[in-house]
Ligand binder design. Structure first.
Ligand SMILES: Cc1cc2nc3c(=O)[nH]c(=O)nc-3n(C[C@H](O)[C@H](O)[C@H](O)COP(=O)(O)OP(=O)(O)OC[C@H]3O[C@@H](n4cnc5c(N)ncnc54)[C@H](O)[C@@H]3O)c2cc1C
Length: 468
């Protein structure tokens, strides 16, 4: 046996023939991302069960010069997990063991294919909190979260995925295993290698396990849905929240009225918590380690904000169901936007104080380009991270509108650049923003990135066509 058949046979001897899938029907789910925006091709979907098998598969691929696309839950939003072809897709889903929960060290060690929800549950079972939280948490994996340095709705209090990892285990593009799976909070033994692989989107190696930070579970939590006049007021409200509750401010999410309109129109069970319409809304959540210690301060804080004219109305969640109903309004936005037709997306960040001016100027720039396009700018305002999405004009042709994707991006990203912002705040580069990265990133920084890539992956087999 020789050529591709011999290569696939070699992989089958490593992982078992049931885990080298070549049938087009079995491959299909790994070749397209759920929104259908990216489709690729691959020789096989390979599903190793542990780090040793990942290492052997990667070594075989290096020998055969066969590229590899690592894949976790396939929820990435920039196409990084979809093979361009004709490489193999290496699924990490069978690496699904919780290796260790250490409540005393506040540490959790899990394999890369453990879903985010399973990692949260493992922490919860030990009466601890793993705070990373994304709408895709039932499907996305820890390996994918770290590879994209995922953000989500609790970054304000706990940081991005990067801040939540103390160590990783990684298979290099030649099959060797780098074991820096440390649960230590202090370890200054040379370069911080874990940070090289976190956020690398599978272009430098394959994360097979991670040591994660755990926290005390909050004893009380309060959530409010607030109506207000403008992003300027929302910014002032955020500053006031931080002054009053410090690190207890876990989430501070901004929504425009149009986003709420979309959700009320299309999301099942969605209800407006406030009596009348408001131009903007904030979903704010506080936690505390003092049992039942938050309701009164939050009510007083909201009353004070109303007296000072910062907010116009607010509802405080009186139960877990009400809290979930508030979050449904925020977390349905991306999905319901699809029902309203095509949308051109921008996952951007600017310095916090610049958010209101950015919103005004970017909206004006969009209006100049496509006068009846609908700006739906929402997101993690407390992080300065706005999902600046532009929905097509009512009744417009979807394909014609989407054909202007790059032109619209340019207009919005020019405003981002004016404020020294980022054109990729939390979703990564993948395939979607590769050209943009090459055009916009500082040339010396790009050179350093290329040098790192060439050193670790001289054959260029690790997730080619992504990031660089
Ligand atoms: C509804 C929805 C809401 C979302 N909300 C947010 C949000 O609020 N914040 C946010 O940051 N993201 C969000 N995302 C994006 C997405 O969930 C994250 O990017 C997630 O972290 C990816 O995990 P995954 O396991 O699905 O990875 P995949 O999609 O499978 O892969 C993503 C990238 O990581 C690489 N990769 C995957 N596993 C490994 C590994 N073990 N080793 C090396 N490389 C690997 C892939 O090659 C690819 O480049 C959302 C997605 C959806 C669908």
């Amino acid at each position: 046996m020789s050529g591709i058949a011999g290569f696939l046979d070699k992989l089958a001897r490593i992982v078992g023939s049931a885990h080298v899938l070549t049938d087009p029907d079995q491959l299909e789910g790994a070749l397209v991302e759920p929104r259908g925006l990216y489709r690729g091709s691959a020789r096989a979907l390979v599903r190793p069960a542990d780090t040793a098998q990942v290492s052997a598969v990667v070594a075989a691929c290096a020998e055969a010069r066969t590229p590899i696309t690592p894949q976790g839950g396939n929820t990435g939003l920039v196409g990084g997990q979809i093979p361009i072809g004709p490489e193999i897709v290496l699924s990490l889903k069978r690496l699904n063991r919780v290796r260790e929960v250490d409540p005393l060290a506040d540490s959790l060690i899990v394999e890369a294919g453990v879903t985010l929800a399973e990692a949260q549950a493992a922490a919860d079972a030990a009466d601890r909190l793993f705070p990373l939280s994304l709408p895709s948490e039932g499907t996305c994996t820890i390996g994918g979260n770290l590879s994209t340095n995922a953000g989500g709705v609790a970054v304000l209090a706990y940081g991005n995925a990067r801040e939540l990892a103390t160590g990783v285990e990684v298979v290099l593009p030649d099959g060797r295993v780098v074991d820096v799976l440390s649960k230590l909070r202090k370890d200054n033994t040379g370069y911080d290698l874990k940070d090289l692989f976190i956020g690398a989107e599978g272009t430098l190696g394959i994360i097979t396990a991670a040591a994660l930070k755990l926290f005390a579970k909050p004893k009380s939590r309060e959530t409010a849905f607030v109506g207000l006049a403008s992003p300027e007021r929302a910014l002032a409200l955020f500053r006031s929240a931080r002054e009053t509750f410090g690190g207890g401010v876990v989430s501070f999410e901004l929504l425009p009225r149009i986003a709420l309109d979309f959700v009320l129109r299309h999301a099942r069970g969605a209800r407006d918590p406030l009596a009348g319409p408001h131009p903007w809304y904030v979903l704010v959540e506080f936690t505390s380690q003092v049992a039942a210690g938050l309701a009164e301060p939050m009510t007083e804080w909201l009353a004070g904000a109303a007296e000072r004219g910062l907010i116009d109305d607010a509802a405080i969640a009186a139960s877990g169901e009400q809290r979930a109903a508030f979050w449904l309004l925020r977390e349905s936005i991306s999905e319901v936007q699809g029902v309203e037709g095509g949308s051109i997306k921008h996952d951007v960040s600017v310095p916090l104080g610049a958010v209101p001016d950015f919103l005004t100027e970017a909206s004006a720039a969009v209006a100049r380009r496509t006068p009846s396009a609908r700006v739906v700018a929402f997101g993690h305002m407390g992080d300065g991270n706005i999902h600046f999405n532009v929905s097509q004009p009512i009744g417009a042709d979807k394909q014609t509108f989407l054909a202007d994707w790059e032109g619209m991006n340019e207009v919005v990203h020019d405003v981002v650049a004016k404020y020294q912002g980022s054109f990729s705040a939390e979703h990564g580069i993948g395939r979607l923003k590769r050209e943009l990265l090459l055009r916009k990133k500082n040339p010396a920084a790009l050179d350093v990135m290329r040098a790192i890539k060439a050193t670790l992956d001289p054959l260029g087999i690790m997730n080619p066509g992504k990031v660089l």
